[in-house]
Design a protein around this ligand. Structure first.
Ligand code: NAG
Length: 326
């Protein structure tokens, strides 16, 4: 009887000790190891989800949407210098995200953007976002299992944003974060957005540039604001619940997002979406959606589309312009 009681009290005190240790450890993690409270890095500026180029009435302006460059600076310059006749005063380029990472010269691509801010606009892709997260969380590998404890990015429509694919953050992202540093990353956060809307008043066209994609009505219907996660990373959408988007085909209700434009785009017939992100589909030019990621980083092609007014036809013309990558 005595020994049983002794055993019981030993078990109880063991449980108590384990419990207290756990509590203290959790407190320690939250208070001292949480990068939000201890990290010395500077926060990046709030990123605009949407930037607009409104009321375009100047028919001499040309717009060039450019698919995923992935640090292939030489091909990017070849596109500008040899294929579109140089960056002139009437040229506006819109880079569709993933312009850094994987290829050889991400730093040069970023410098070019920042040195030509008036003419080179940009949207952020999943890789720019991961590099920014790697910058804010230099000890990211510790936090991949507890992403909620990481320092988040802030967008105009979403605070505390932590990407769903945070486990894909890699040493290469971290090295690039270090190479670019605070000054360039914060300038990119200020200069780029998640979406660029181009309103061509003369023909009433609304052109959207986005990395991953957008659904019919997004930003056009005032109550339909897509998530940063879908703008930067979706490939599929649940056709019954458009707020559910994903990178993988989760189940039979999930379809490629652009097929929703094929079906329902007529209600927004003046809208077009230019995007990158999906090299597996390659060049994907449909009535209202223009997929321009043609895997330059895998020695394929860098693709772009020029939008230019044709006075005789009184409409804008869309011309595919490509550079071979090596
Ligand atoms: C842009 O300017 C160049 C000359 O600088 C001209 O050749 C070109 O036609 C202009 N683009 C448009 C759409 O007018």
């Amino acid at each position: 009887m005595d020994s049983k009681r002794k055993k019981r009290s030993v078990t109880a005190s063991t449980i108590l000790i384990v419990f207290v240790t756990c509590c203290l450890y959790t407190l320690y993690i939250l208070k001292f190891e949480n990068p939000r409270s201890s990290s010395p890095v500077s926060l990046l500026p709030t990123i605009n989800t949407l930037k607009k180029i409104e009321h375009v009435t100047d028919l001499n302006q040309e717009y060039v949407f450019v698919g995923d460059i992935h640090g292939n600076y030489d091909e990017f310059i070849e596109l500008i210098d040899d294929k579109i006749g140089g960056l002139r005063e009437n040229t506006t380029m819109i880079l569709l995200g993933d312009f850094i990472h994987k290829g050889p010269d991400s730093d040069k691509v970023v410098s070019y953007i920042l040195n030509h801010k008036d003419q080179v606009k940009c949207v952020l892709g999943n890789h720019e976002i991961l590099v920014m997260m790697a910058y804010l969380n230099p000890d990211y590998s510790q936090w991949v299992r507890h992403p909620k404890l990481m320092i988040p990015l802030t967008f105009s429509t979403e605070t505390d944003f932590i990407p769903q694919d945070i486990s894909k953050i890699s040493g290469a992202h971290a090295r690039l974060a270090h190479e670019l540093g605070f000054s360039k990353l914060s300038q990119l956060a200020e200069h780029c957005s998640m979406v660029i809307e181009l309103d061509l008043d003369v023909t009433d066209d609304k052109l959207f540039g986005v990395h991953a994609g957008m659904l019919p009505g997004d930003f056009i219907k005032s109550n339909q604001i897509p998530s940063v996660s879908s703008l930067s990373n979706m490939k599929f959408v649940n056709k019954k619940h458009w707020s559910k988007t994903s990178r993988e085909k989760e189940n039979k209700n999930y379809v490629r997002w652009f097929t929703m434009w094929d079906k329902y785009g007529d209600s927004f017939s003046n809208a077009k979406v230019f995007y990158g992100h999906d090299a597996s589909m390659g060049l994907n030019l449909r009535k209202q959606t223009k997929g321009l990621d043609t895997a330059c980083v895998k020695d394929n092609l860098l693709s772009s589309m020029r939008v230019k007014y044709n006075g005789k036809k009184e409409q804008y013309e869309y011309t595919l312009i490509q550079v071979e990558c090596s």
